[in-house]
Design a protein around this ligand. Structure first.
Ligand code: ATP
Ligand code: MG
Length: 324
């Protein structure tokens, strides 16, 4: 793997945002996208790292990992449900089919964990025993495996709105989706999650929980969009140490973005007000973790793309005829 020193040196040139000579740029916290003709869109995954609903830093190669890891998972799951990918013109970019997003975030959880307000463990620790419409028994411990994975939907809040918890029944009652489509989305989500857990297990990891987004294509069919089983959208724990740590009442070794939240929490920051500044080492180690999980899951060596990203991206887009 690329050395810690190289990563530290690359932090200032990590991909922050793009200014491609294409119409209609829009930005999310992590991605920039541009409208293309024929119902297509170019999505560029940047190196922006967000937590606590804000952008905290840039981690070199994070965007490349997210783009290539998602592309890999889309391939691994295309027999279950079609997805939005048309092509991958550059390590940081995807050309996708633009769809009408379904305004439900489909979260699948295999374990009871998490400390944010929508997390199962947090609700359970408040004393709630009916969470997202499911009944939970007394005596559960943090990080316990659930008898089977469950779907805990939230509304898709968008840039400013907050994600609101929903029961599976409310998705239809609140007219977010018709029953037939919701049934289709739920069975696809559970099947993709099962596939993800099997593949993660072979790589020595536990896929703990994850978030999926779906959309409706022009022909009415439901497609999987956004990102799949990345360290931004999912929790991963190390499999071999899970049992011993769980028995000892310790948190599992995590392989996702949780360590960033923990580093902030150690400085007393939990998301309110201005975030304290962090040593660059933290962002270099974020890069290392993202690259490591890519290599473990895919079984492939991560080939670092050429920096600076935007120049390379423009070259690749011209070659593919996306830009003239
Ligand atoms: N094929 C697609 N068609 C339409 N929208 C898409 C498609 N794929 C992804 N999106 C949307 O593009 C955005 C990707 O940007 P990004 O991941 O940076 O957003 P975000 O900051 O996570 O915000 P959000 O809360 O909206 O997900 C998301 O809003 C996602 O729903
Ligand atoms: Mg997103």
């Amino acid at each position: 793997m690329i050395s810690r020193n190289e990563l530290l040196k690359l932090i200032p040139s990590a991909l922050d945002d793009t200014n491609l000579p294409l119409a209609g740029r829009e930005q999310g916290k992590v991605r920039d996208w541009y409208d293309l003709p024929d119902g297509q869109r170019l999505i560029v995954t940047t190196d922006r790292l967000s937590a606590f609903d804000r952008i905290l830093a840039r981690a070199p190669y994070k965007g490349q990992v997210l783009n290539q890891l998602s592309a890999w998972w889309f391939e691994q799951t295309q027999d279950i449900i079609p997805n939005h990918i048309i092509s991958i013109p550059d390590p940081n970019a995807a050309i996708v089919q633009t769809v009408a997003p379904i305004l439900v975030e489909v979260i699948v959880r295999g374990y009871i964990t998490g400390v944010t307000s929508t997390a199962l463990w947090y609700r359970y620790s408040l004393g709630e025993r009916n969470i997202y419409g499911y009944d939970f028994p007394e005596g559960l411990r943090k990080n316990a495996v659930l008898p089977e994975p469950i779907i805990t939907p939230t509304t898709k809040g968008g840039v400013t709105g907050h994600d609101e918890r929903l029961t599976c029944a409310e998705v239809v009652e609140k007219d977010l989706l018709d029953q037939q489509t919701w049934d289709q989305v739920q069975s696809a989500a559970l099947a993709i999650f099962k596939r993800g857990q099997e593949i993660a297990n072979k790589a020595g990891m536990i896929l703990v929980d994850t978030k999926y987004e779906f959309g409706r294509a022009a022909d009415g069919s439901v497609v999987l969009i956004d990102e799949v089983h990345t360290p931004d959208s999912s929790r991963f724990w190390k499999a071999d140490s899970y049992e011993a740590r769980f028995s000892a009442g310790e948190d599992p070794e995590n392989f996702d973005k949780e360590f960033v939240r923990i580093a902030y929490a150690e400085k007393g920051y939990r998301g309110d007000g201005d975030a304290p500044s962090m040593p660059e080492e933290l962002w270099a180690s974020a890069s290392e973790r993202y690259i490591t999980i890519y290599e473990l899951l895919t079984g492939q060596v991560f080939e670092v793309g050429e920096y600076p990203v935007e120049e390379r991206l423009i070259r690749n887009l011209k070659r593919e005829g996306v830009m003239s």
